[in-house]
Design a protein around this ligand. Structure first.
Ligand code: ZN
Length: 432
């Protein structure tokens, strides 16, 4: 079985990877300067020209791009190639403001497919596999990306798209689907449906590639157990091409970023300063091979950590942690970065529902953090002593996760105010 899709690239030395990045970055900045007037203007405002960029070491001199820039430049302002050379678009769901429309040349599609093929091979796929793609097809990148990768690997590809669960299960059983690609929540749903319909003996999945949503290690274990598979994470975003920007290998401990195409940086989301490797901060990507939509220093708002520790799989490309939250959601409490997702993880680990409220205040010039947590229905009748013991347990668990002391108050079930069905998570009284 093939271990790597492109072994000479995936296991290249760090020096080799850096040499590719240096050469491609210089070429890309020239391309963008010549063809993308929106970004050229940003470079001019910052007083930097292509002559200042000799390699990755100069990356920090370049201006950032943000989602606001994408909205402002909509639809053609960041296009790097004439429309005559573009062959496809994809688009984000655009729940807030204008949609992001990303353009692709045939070469862009080809390289994107390579990235997804690397992810599939890392999950154990080869040409004997039946790759069942239950990501949505259409403007969303999930279906098209994995579909292209699956073709490259030579899998028999089933472009199912999402929905119609009964038909999904029937095809899985009849055609022998072995690799499942979809969102983790849909994988969990399919797992339940398989159990309910008693189809477990007829379905022979061996691995799944699940992305486009945040999911926890608990959810991974749950899906793996129920479907009898290995579940792999995949990362990507429409602005940077789609799924396959980074993917998990057999080590299942972080995702290898395809560094021959994407240069990753971690920055302080407040100051924009580049942080040393191993720091937690906002992930920024520069695409060095994309032609039609060449994002330079695009701020993803995802908070994560990069690591270059040797990976047992033999791949040498840097690994990113699962995103720990969005920089938009980050709270700074007594100088410590706190994400609601960290608090949520602790609550789920301790067996509580994810209905909580974080109250931040400043009392006598010191930030305070209080977490209100809805107790489970069966705790409601517990004695005060028992509830107080449960609160102490949560305080300890939060301290170990956040590196910060919080107070915890267990409140009655369903007592936290909800808006549109969801609990209002954060009340920051320092801003009032
Ligand atoms: Zn690895």
């Amino acid at each position: 079985m093939a271990r790597y899709f492109q072994p000479e690239i995936e296991t290249a030395s760090h020096e080799q990877i850096r040499a590719w990045q240096d050469e491609r970055l210089v070429k890309q900045i020239r391309h963008v300067w010549d063809n993308v007037s929106y970004y050229r203007q940003k470079m001019e405002e910052k007083g930097v020209t292509p002559d200042d960029i000799h390699g990755v070491a100069d990356l920090h001199k370049l201006p950032f791009l943000t989602k606001d820039d994408l909205r402002e430049a909509y639809p053609y302002g960041l296009l790097g190639k004439p429309l005559g050379e573009c062959v496809r678009i994809h688009s984000t769901s655009g729940t807030t403001g204008k949609r992001v429309v990303a353009f692709y040349t045939q070469n862009d599609i080809d390289l994107w497919d390579d990235c997804c093929a690397r992810a599939l091979v890392a999950a154990g796929a080869d040409n004997e596999d039946v790759c069942h793609i239950a990501y949505g097809f259409g403007l969303f990148t999930g279906g098209a990306g994995l579909n292209g990768g699956s073709h490259k690997v030579g899998c028999l590809t089933i472009p199912m798209s999402s929905g119609n669960t009964d038909r999904q299960l029937q095809f899985m059983a009849d055609l022998g689907s072995s690799i499942l690609c979809c969102t983790p929540s849909y994988a969990a749903y399919l797992a339940e449906a398989i159990e309910e319909q008693g189809l477990k003996d007829q379905i022979h999945l061996k691995a799944g590639i699940f992305g486009a949503e945040a999911w926890s290690e608990n959810m991974r274990r749950d899906i793996e157990e129920k479907l009898g598979i290995k579940a792999y994470d995949i990362y990507g975003l429409t602005e940077i091409s789609g799924p396959g920007v980074a993917f998990e290998c057999e080590a299942q401990s972080g995702m290898h970023i395809n560094e021959d195409h994407f240069i990753a940086e971690i920055i302080d989301p407040e100051t924009g300063e580049v942080l040393p490797e191993g720091s937690k901060g906002e992930l920024v990507f520069t695409c060095v091979t994309k032609e039609a939509f060449p994002m330079i220093r695009y701020r993803t708002k995802d908070i994560c950590v990069l690591t270059r520790e040797k990976c047992p799989c033999g791949r040498t490309h840097v690994k990113m942690s699962k995103p720990m939250g969005r920089s938009d959601d980050m709270l700074i409490i007594r100088g410590v970065n706190v994400f609601p997702s960290q608090i949520e993880t602790v609550l789920l680990q301790q067996g509580y529902s994810p209905n909580y409220q974080i109250i931040v205040d400043r009392i006598n010039h010191t930030d305070t953090l209080e977490v209100l947590v809805e107790m489970n229905a069966d705790m409601f009748s517990d004695s005060l002593a028992k509830i107080s013991a449960a609160e102490k347990e949560l305080i300890l668990a939060l301290k170990s996760m956040l590196g910060l002391s919080a107070t915890v108050k267990l409140v009655a079930p369903k007592s936290i105010t909800r808006s549109e069905g969801k609990a209002v998570r954060i009340i920051d009284k320092r801003k009032i």
